[in-house]
Design a protein around this ligand. Sequence first.
Ligand SMILES: *Cc1c(COP(=O)(O)O)cnc(C)c1O
Length: 386
Amino acid sequence: MKGIFPKEKFQGIGTPFYYYDTKVLRDTLNAINREAGKHEGFCVHYAIKANANPKVLNIISQAGLGADCVSGGEIQASINAGFPSNKIVYAGVGKSDWEINLGLDKDIFCFNVESIPELEVINELASKKGKVARVAFRINPDVGAHTHSNITTGLAENKFGIAMSDMERVIEEAATMKNVRFVGLHFHIGSQILDMGDFQALCNRINDLQRQLEIHHVKVENINVGGGLGVDYQHPNRLSIPDFKAYFDTYARHLKLRPGQTLHFELGRAVVAQMGSLITRTLYVKKGAVKQFAIVDAGMTDLIRPALYQAYHKIENISNDEEPDTYDVVGPICESSDVFAKAVDLNRVHRGDLLAIRSAGAYGEAMASHYNCRELPKGYVSEEIM
Ligand SMILES: *Cc1c(COP(=O)(O)O)cnc(C)c1O
C-alpha cells in the first residue's frame, strides 16, 4: 500500500492535505452493498459527520447509500451531493428551528427525536407548514460499548436519547399530536466498536423493547441501530475493509425483525476511515535530551483524534526506504497534546520528507479547525492527483 502513494505527484501540492484513495472507498462500498444486500430490509445510511468532503459524499451517494445527518448543514450537504431526501435521517439532541424547518421542507425520511420538548416543536413547526413529520424515538438502551469513554453514547448517563422507561409515554404522547407520525425506534451505542458482542447486546435489548410494545399493540415500521462499527487502525494495509459480513450477520442472527419492518444502519467511520491519509511534510528533526522529534507541518487542527482521544494512527515515512529510527511525531500547535505519535519507528526522517498518517478518512478533515489562525487542510481524491 505504501508503494501506491503517488508521491511524485504529491510534490507540487501544498501540505498538509488529506489524500482519499477512491479505490479503497469503492471497494468498501461494494463490500457494504454485497453484505447488507444478503439480508432483506437492510438499508444502510452513511453518517455524514465522519467526512463531508463533497467529492467523497458524491461517490457514497452514487453507491446508493442513504444519509444520516446531525445538523441542518449536513442535510444541505447531503442533498447537494445527490442523496435522495427520502433516504435522509436526522438525529441530534439539539435541533434548532431552522434545521427542523429544512428537514420538513425537504421531506426527509425521518427525524430521530431525542426528547418530548423536541417532539412538541417538530409538531408545531410541521403544523405551520400543513405537514406531517415522520418521527422515530432515539432510545437510550443502556448498553455499554467497550470503547473510549468519550465515544460511548448508549449508557444511561449519556446525554443522548430517551430513557427506556419513558419509551411508551413518548409514543402515546406522539399519538395525540396531529403533525407527527411515529414510525420507528432509533439507537446508537457508540463508535469504534470491534466486539460483535456489543451489537448483540443491543439486539437483545431491542427484542425486549419490541415485545413490550407488542403487548400494547404499538406498530413499529422501522428499527434504526445507528453506526459504530470500528476499523483496524493498527493494520490499514492488511485490513483495509472492515468485517461487514460479521457485522450485518450479527444483526440478521440476533435481531428479531417483525414482518415488513426495515432495519436501518448509520455507518460513518467504517465507510471512510481507511481510504484517507493525512499527508504532512517534515519541517525539522530535533534531537532532545532523551528523545528525537519529527516536527511536521500538520497539527491537531488538521487531525485532532490523537489529542482528543489518545487515538492511534499508523504513520509511514513515504519519502525514503532508509533504516528506521525512533521518533515522536509532533505538530506546530502551541499545545502539549499536539502529538501524533510517541516513540514510533519510521524510515530515517529528513527535513522535507513526506509522512502519511494513515486511517485518517473519518473524523479527520471534518473536525479540522482554524485554531492558531491556521488554514483548513484541503482534501483530494486520488483521481485529482493521478
Ligand atoms: C456519529 C453517529 C453515527 C456514526 O458513527 P460511526 O461510529 O462513525 O459509525 C451514527 N449515528 C449517529 C446518531 C451518530 O451520532
